[in-house]
Design a protein around this ligand. Structure first.
Ligand code: GLN
Length: 433
């Protein structure tokens, strides 16, 4: 079986930057399944912008590893989804192509940065999509739009062909309406690729199981503390109660390093971004640099005109944090904090099999409601720790507050993506029954 899928969705949420009206598909595990791909993942022959003017019109000459795998499994790649520019944001509002709207409530943000992927899935335009998660960008929009999203263990899915934001933190991962579909998509994309030197050869081949008898579920106090909406906290505690009814046993744990998680995340991610984004110089990609001017002038003008304010802010922050005389005060300390958080999780995982808490401290907010960078950065407090530790984390819908979806987050030991999938699956099967 092979053919062409005609894809002309009514994209009233601005979920897509590019759609492929005639999407070819082949044979295999995903034969004929429409899959949307976040616009920072390279697709040969299909524009890939990262949500940025600086890459407008850029058509990659090659496929990312995950896209090769999707095509090999017969999937139809039907379009490229909207995102915060270069993945920098939690609302999809920083996209140069306009914000995506949340299908649950158009006046609210879909979350980000993979907001287009989440909205496309939530609105039923596609059954599954790929997102990327550097500090929460799969889990946040999954929680806000009421779908399922997995950030795999760092090193489980190849980053080859992913346009880098913060290399040491990010992973490509699956998003869908059910845990089963997330698992299906994960089985296709988690395959060893020697072109990503941070990968381990640990392919994912798993059928979700709802049997969680005896599973020890860590409940970190820090995930229910200051800044977390009480109604969200209560909804998530109820969800953990469901896991308990299914035979799991909750255990109180602590991740004291959480205190420094956001500071560490924003120093490390901006530092890596300042280096990764130096390649957008108007010579190799995007709008051409004006060669009559001095290099410094031309470069400054081009980047000012084609990179949004949030991206420029991050490049400046990162450049500063890494600069001579300051690196010891910021970058080195951030690495120490990162090590502490990793150890906190390792310690906790001696006593428990998974750790559960809310994905986001609040439900989806209104457009413009959080307009200063700091309050937006704070929204990542519960998701960024898993990126710093490199551990797998899933968000699964677990109820609503004032009609808006809440996500239950389940984290696991490195390379135990199967276990977090099973815990989420058990919960989902129980509440759907
Ligand atoms: N909101 C976080 C940031 O802006 C996470 C983004 C992401 O995971 N790509 O960096």
């Amino acid at each position: 079986m092979a053919g062409t899928l005609n894809f002309a969705p009514d994209d009233r949420y601005n979920a897509f930057i590019t759609t492929c009206r005639e999407a070819p598909f082949g044979d295999g595990a995903l034969a004929g399944v429409a899959v949307a791909v976040k616009d920072n993942i390279s697709t040969a022959g299909i524009q890939t912008t990262c949500g940025s003017r600086i890459l407008e019109g850029y058509i990659p000459p090659y496929d990312a590893h995950v896209v090769e795998l999707l095509r090999g499994a017969g999937a139809a790649i039907v379009g490229k989804t909207n995102m915060d520019e270069f993945g920098m944001g939690s609302t999809t509002e920083t996209s140069a192509f306009g914000p995506t709207r949340n299908p649950v409530d158009r006046e609210r943000v879909p979350g980000g940065s993979s907001g287009g992927s989440a909205a496309a899935v939530a609105a039923g335009l596609v059954p599954m999509a790929l997102g990327t998660d550097t500090g929460g960008s799969i889990r946040c929009p999954a929680a806000f739009c009421g779908i399922v999203g997995l950030k795999p263990t760092y090193g489980r899915v190849s980053r080859y062909g992913l346009i880098a934001y913060a290399t040491s933190l990010e992973q490509i991962g699956p998003m869908a309406r059910t845990v089963e579909d997330v698992s299906r998509l994960m089985s296709v994309i988690a395959r060893y690729d020697p072109r990503d030197s941070t990968m381990l050869d640990r392919p994912y081949d798993h059928q979700p199981s709802a049997d969680i008898t005896g599973l020890r579920v860590g409940v970190p106090e820090e995930y229910f503390g200051e800044g977390v909406d009480e109604r969200v906290a209560r909804t998530v505690r109820d969800a953990i109660g469901v896991l308990e009814d299914l035979g799991a046993s909750p255990v109180q744990v602590s991740i004291p390093g959480m205190r420094y998680a956001l500071a560490a995340y924003y120093v490390i991610s901006t530092g890596e971004a300042s280096s990764n984004l130096a390649r957008f110089d108007g010579v190799r990609y995007g709008p051409a640099v004006d060669t009559r001017k001095t290099w410094h002038e031309a470069y400054r003008e081009l980047r000012h005109a084609n990179l949004g304010p949030e991206v420029r802010r991050r490049i400046m922050l990162g450049t500063f944090a890494l600069s001579a005389g300051y690196a010891g005060r910021y970058y080195t300390k951030a690495q120490v904090a990162r090590g502490n958080i990793r150890q906190d999780f390792e310690r906790a995982f001696r006593d428990v099999d998974v750790i559960a808490g809310p994905t986001m401290p609040t439900v989806a907010f209104r457009f413009g409601e959080k307009n200063d960078p700091l309050s937006l950065y704070l929204a990542d407090i519960l998701t960024a720790p898993a990126n710093l530790a490199g551990i797998p984390a899933i968000s699964v819908p677990c109820g609503r507050v004032e009609g808006l979806p809440v996500g239950l987050q389940v984290m696991g030991r490195r390379f135990e993506d199967e276990r977090v999938i099973d815990a989420a699956y058990a919960y989902e099967q129980e509440v759907r029954a």
